[in-house]
Structure formats: C-alpha cells, structure tokens
Ligand binder design. Structure first.
Ligand code: NOJ
Ligand code: MG
Length: 525
C-alpha cells in the first residue's frame, strides 16, 4: 500500500530482532536475518514492519538500554546491514519503522559515564535525574517511586547521590527538562530519517517528563505503588491513580517538536506512541494533529474474553480519537505481554479465541499491529528459570517476558527450526514446535498461517475504502455484531452456537457448523 498516509490503514508486523532470524549462527537474530526473511512478510500481506531496538547496547533489557543511538550493535550487524534492510523492504513494498528509546539511556551511554565521573552538581549530572537521598545520611531514596520492573526506582552511587530509573538500574532516566536532551534526540531522529526509515515507535512515550517536584506518589486505599505498565485492567474500567512519573502535560511539547522534524522530510514519515496512559482521552492527546500520528491502543489487548468488553473498547476508542482526527490502532500481542492464545486459555480453545479476536480486529478501521509468531499461533513458552533473561525476573523473581520472545520456527523438525544455520538459540525453543513452523503450515488451508494470509488479503479488499465508521449493531456478554462499510462481523464469545445473519461468508476464523460456533468470528458481505 503506497497511498499517502499509508499508516492510517496499515497492518504493521513487529519484529523482535533477537528472535526473528539469525544469519550468522550465533543463536541471536540479526539484521541480515530479517532482510533474508522479508519475503515472508510480503507473502503474509502486511504493509510495514517495526523492528525493536538494534542499536549499540549492553543488552540488559535486550536493546531498550541504548549506549549509542546512531550505531548498530555488532550482535545485530552494521549500519550497512540496516541500510540494506531498509532498501530491500522498500523494494518489496514494505515500510520500515524503527524503535526509539528516549526515556532513558543505557548506563553505558557516554553521557551517563560522564555524569558519574563529574560528580554532584555538575552539568553532566543535570542531563539525568540525580538527587540527594532522604533520611539520616541521605540513605533513603529521594521519593517513593517504584521501578516498573520491581523495587525502588532509585539507585545510589558511590558519592551518595541517587539517580532515577523507572525501569532497570542500567536504564537511567534522562531529564527532558534539560535542553541538551531534546537536541540529542532531534539529531537521532534526523540520523535515521536521512537513512530512509518511514517511522518511529516511541518507547515509554508517556514517561519522558516527570512532575518537576519529583514528589511522592500518593497511594489510594487498596492501591499499591507503581504502575504505568500492563496491569491486566481494561482502560475502560480503570480507576485513576496518582502518577507523578507519567503523562505530564509538558511531554506534548516534545512530540510537537518531533512532528515538525518529520514534516520537514519527504514522504510520509510517522510516529507511533507506546503510551500506557490511564484513559482513552489521555491517549488521544498524544495523537493531536501536531503531535504523533498514532498511539498503541492497549485496551483491545487488555479486554477480557467478552463480547461486551470488546464492544466497549471499539466504541470508546473510536470516540476518543475522532475529535483529533487520528487513526485508531489495535493490537493483541507484543514482546511485553503474554501471547494472546495463552491469555485466552491456551490449547485449542485459546487458539480459536485468538483467531477470532484477530479476525475481529482486522475488520476495524485504522491500523493493526501484529507480533511475530502470532501468524503461527505460537503460545507463551514456559521458559526454565536458568534460561530467563528479562530484567524484571532478576528484580522481582516473577516469571517475566521471556516466554513471548522465543525464536521463530521457520522449518525443519527440531530446534533451531531454521531460525539460524546452526547454534543454540538464545532461549531454547520447545521440542514440539515442528508442526508450527512456517514451512509446515504453508499450504495447509486449516493452518493459522494460511488463515492470517487469507484474512489480510480479505482486509486489503476493503480496508482503505470502507470508511472510519463502525456500527455496533448488537452486543451482549456473548455475541458482538458490528458493521463497517460492506462487512458485517459477528464474534461469538459465548458457549452455544448462534445463527448466522444473512450474507455471504467472506472469511471465518474457524469451521462454521451450520451456525457460528463458540470462540469463532466471521465476516459476512
Ligand atoms: C517498553 C518496551 O516495550 C519494553 O520491552 C521495555 O522493557 C521498556 N519499555 C523499557 O524500555
Ligand atoms: Mg546472529
């Protein structure tokens, strides 16, 4: 799809760089590996790919800890490999979105090393959030904020000061009130725009600016400290919390500046926010006409398996973005959450529900984000403790996110399933994935892969022309019926088959047995 504002209707495929394809046999995915597998994305029928961070990084949070924003980590290749990837993607008609991590640097970034060396009160420290501690000898952290990965959001350095890290201690938060920080990132944007990328996914977009006083978070009754990350609650039902570390009004000045930078380039470059805001309205503020183009809408992903909940999310989302003229987005899985077949119960039921939720999502206006491996119906993997690498596991002892990051199975009958030419993948793959490989599923009409290909092909026939309106015709706890342009979608979240409304079946997420069985969705035309 090369129409102007391509992102308004795009299906974007998220590539988790470590786990997509390994070209050199070191067991870690890399940029040449992605380039070699781009035909898979073309054949799947997506419009764009978003690649998770591949910049120079000690990999404490798998690239979300950046030591140099304008170079490629040797683990993943070189700048020439990044250029070759973009060129090849464009030849195949695919747009390229890269990941920008502006909330924090790696503790191995030159700025942080300089800040540690320069000491309290120095200009080098002023680019981060260094503060003196509280209590006798300043031995208590400056405030009560908690890291998203568990434990205090502050770490003390040798001279007694503390620095803020909303994530791991190896990810110090920048002070976005400092002018040099904005200048650094304008340079980074230009560096990648000059190399031809089509857009940026903005990590922790709601976090850059903190309430200036860095005051304590006020915790209400029954609440605990923290949040700002997946909570399992739907945005629609959420009670608002006090969050002085997230979603401050000044953050929008950052995106207005970035929008001006993007608008000064040719082509249709775009910004998509990862913003775990508390309400659909606050999410919409990130996509006002002079800010970002899109924001991930996590309420679809957080919704429970209920037709009523899905209906509320559709209506709430469309109402929130309409006044600002932004295109809505939808997502069910990414590298931070439990894969959706597993969330929906796992096994055959989980997979049937996952396919039904996906088919419903693909009919909606706006753009959809897919996560690598969902087109194969992959489930969350139970990664053994000795193989876990997520920093949240090390900070909390809770399982963490490794289970959705297991390397892709491409072919063959045993690990590494053609993930690479040889070598042990950086997290072991399950022994029973042979039937799930791309090669095994290709050509099998009942496979999840062929279902995704068919659904994306069907979407292309109407997605750009069907308009932005959705009519929710009916929804109780069990059955959702909605219409967009020429397509009627019925999703059965109940336990009984329901009769199909009139119309010709365009595609169904599973077998239809004289009606619409439970855990199934259908498009009718
Ligand atoms: C959100 C990213 O998606 C996640 O993987 C990362 O750990 C945090 N931001 C911190 O950068
Ligand atoms: Mg490799």
């Amino acid at each position: 799809m090369t129409s102007p504002e391509w992102w308004r209707h795009a299906v974007t495929y998220q590539v988790y760089v470590r786990s997509f394809a390994d070209s050199d046999g070191d067991g870690v995915g890399d940029l040449p590996g992605i380039t070699g597998r781009l035909p898979h994305l073309r054949d799947l029928g997506v419009d764009a790919l978003w690649i998770t961070p591949f910049y120079t990084s000690p990999q404490k949070d798998h690239g979300y800890d950046v030591a140099d924003y304008t170079d490629v980590d040797p683990l993943f290749g070189s700048l020439a490999d990044a250029d070759a990837l973009t060129t090849r993607a464009h030849e195949l008609g695919l747009k390229v979105i890269v990941d920008l991590v502006p909330n924090h640097t790696s503790s191995e970034h030159a700025w942080f090393a300089a800040a540690l060396a320069a000491g309290p009160g120095s200009p080098e420290r002023a680019r981060y959030l260094f503060r003196d501690g509280r209590g006798p000898d300043g031995a208590e952290p400056p405030n009560n904020w908690q890291s998203v990965f568990g434990g205090p959001a502050w770490t003390r350095v040798d001279d007694g000061q503390w620095y803020l890290h909303l994530f791991d201690s190896t990810q110090p938060d920048l002070d976005w009130r400092h002018p040099e920080v904005g200048d650094l990132f304008e340079g980074v944007l230009r560096f990648w725009l000059d190399r031809g990328v089509d857009g940026f996914r903005i990590d922790v977009a709601h976090g850059l600016v903190k309430e200036e006083s860095l005051r304590d978070q006020v915790v209400g009754e029954g609440e605990s400290l923290g949040s700002g990350a997946p909570t399992g609650e739907s945005m629609v039902e959420r009670t608002l919390r006090d969050e002085p570390m997230w979603d401050q009004p000044e953050v929008h000045d950052v995106y207005r500046r970035w929008r001006r930078v993007l608008d000064s380039y040719d082509g249709d470059r775009m910004l998509v926010a990862e913003a775990w805001t508390q309400t659909a309205e606050s999410m919409a503020r990130f996509v006002r006409p002079d800010e970002m183009h899109q924001a991930f809408n996590f309420s679809w992903l957080l919704a429970p398996w209920s037709a009523k909940a899905f209906a509320d999310v559709v209506t709430g989302t469309l109402e929130a973005v309409a006044p600002v003229g932004a295109s809505p987005t939808w997502v069910l899985s990414n590298h931070d959450v439990v894969r959706h077949p597993t969330r929906y119960g796992g096994g055959p039921v989980g997979l049937a529900r996952a396919r039904a939720a996906t088919l419903t999502m693909l009919a909606l206006p706006g753009s959809a984000y897919l996560y690598q491996g969902e087109e194969l119906g992959l489930e969350q993997v139970d990664v053994a403790p000795e193989h876990r690498q997520d920093p949240s596991w090390f900070r909390t002892g809770e399982v963490g996110r490794d289970g959705c990051r297991v390397p892709m199975p491409w072919g063959g009958t045993r690990p590494p399933y053609d993930f690479g030419p040889s070598g042990e993948p950086w997290i072991p793959q399950p022994a029973d994935w042979a039937p799930l490989t791309v090669a095994a599923q290709s050509g099998d009409p009942d496979s999840t892969l062929e279902f995704y290909r068919a659904a994306l092909a069907a979407r292309r026939t109407f997605a750009t022309t069907a308009g932005e309106d959705v009519e929710v015709i009916g929804s109780d706890a069990d059955v959702l019926v909605l219409r967009r342009g020429p397509v009627t979608v019925v999703l059965n979240c109940g336990t009984e088959s329901v009769p199909l409304p009139a119309g010709e079946v365009i595609i169904a997420s599973g077998p239809l047995a004289g009606g619409l069985p439970p855990d199934t969705a259908v498009w009718l035309g």
